[in-house]
Design a protein around this ligand. Sequence first.
Ligand code: PEP
Ligand code: MG
Length: 547
Amino acid sequence: MMNFSGKSVYKGIAMGKVLLLDKGGEQVKRTHIDDIEAEKKRLEEAIENGKSQLQQLYEKAVKEVGEASAAIFEVHQMMMEDEDYLDAIHNMIESEQINAEFAVAQTGDNFSDMFAAMDDEYMRARSADIKDISNRIVDNLLGKAGMSGDSMEPSIIVADDLSPSETVQMDKEKILAFVTVHGSTNSHTAILARMMNIPALIGVPMNLEEIHSGMVAIVDGVNGEVIFEPDQETCLTAMNKIKDQEEQRLLLESLKGQETITKGGRKIHLYANIGSVSDVGYVLENDAEGIGLFRSEFLYLGRDDFPTEEEQFNAYKTVAQTMGNKKVIIRTLDIGADKQVDYFNLPKEENPAMGYRAIRICLTQTDIFKTQLRALFRAAVYGNISIMYPMIISVNEVRKIKAVVAEVEKELKELGIDYKIPEQGIMIETPAAVLMGDDLAKEVDFFSIGTNDLTQYTLAIDRQNNTLDAFFDSHHPAILKMIQMVVESAHKAGIWAGICGELGADPELTEKFVEMGVDELSVSPSMVLKLRKMIRDMSTTTPDFGR
Ligand code: PEP
Ligand code: MG
């Protein structure tokens, strides 16, 4: 047995076989071959398989993240047909009489280095794609099971770290749990795990060389523990916990369709957080009453260029239409800090979390901001959309936003385009916004507290840095005091206040939040029914702040 502790992202338990995603990849061995034609045939088959895997990935990604983000898989298919690339591989096989996998790996490295040295930024970015397609062909030649193939059995995914594009490729039905050496609680993997009710541990100090695919493991998100090769007794205990978990799930099912209201009659608006259009499925499945945070920046990630107004409009409209008359709060672009996108060409910064990000980008590069606002105002015609702005620190910023909104409205009106200016609020995620709450509340329609950033800026603890865990206290009295201040500022001005940061889903604080007068909690879809049950069991009578 090998035990490791990590940071739990979702408190579930899973047991099953490990699928190790070894991205370092072993060195491909060079071997001498006699039958050149047979080797070329093997290569041809591996490429054909690669192309059909990419086609499947493309179709899956179109459904899950939209056509623009899926396009990368089409590009990869075309790269597999590139004549220069194929000629170089064939030449190596023929002239050096070597195995196809070595020829592909070597050519992949050569081409990738060549692209990496180019001046053109677009071409430089292709370097990683060449590596990617070469690895896929090598894996096919070596007969390694892919992450997306039908052959994959339900597995516990173990990896050093997982990128958004890797998680998008996975067949989500077949993931029992995630365990990674790196990653942060706010990484895409973590968000995805919570979205899908999948146990996940990050920051696990395991040595991947001691772990191999096929090993049995137990991931216990409740105790923040992963156990490789558990003994029989440990397996039995885990099986009992899994059974309890299933019973609990069925109990929660019965809460679907019920109101989120305390016994004392206090109503809480219980919404869900999402990162992509396809996440709406989890929102509906868990019966959230709306979407309290749609992190729109995910539409900008994992691609080579800005999403167009039309692409954005379609994404927002789809979410709004799918949610019917339920509220959908879309947060404008929050790029920067941990969410870096090459094509934004953001400057390298010493301290990006406190740098050029979010609304600061939008108010400087107003073209980007206006495109998003146009898409949002047009989509607002199709459902119950609200907009919120991130990282606000001053009233002046809100006024600047209003000026841009007025410009966009004027343009849409002049062009005779159908639009609606929806309810607009701000995120309270900086200490300055808390302190300026009374003034800000007079300017906007609602407040949504982003406790992830508010905690990092208040406690001066980088939210990405696992090594500071010993100093991190998410229940720090300063944070709770700030939440109370925000709610009071909001109510004084007659607007509502909610929480959309991770703290909003902390069951240890739910009762406190309700008593404080928090009007809305927006949490990962997997937490909705759990919190509804807790709230329905409370007797709190704090008056409902009518909205
Ligand atoms: C927050 O900061 O709490 C928040 C909800 O925004 P994000 O996690 O996307 O920064
Ligand atoms: Mg934030």
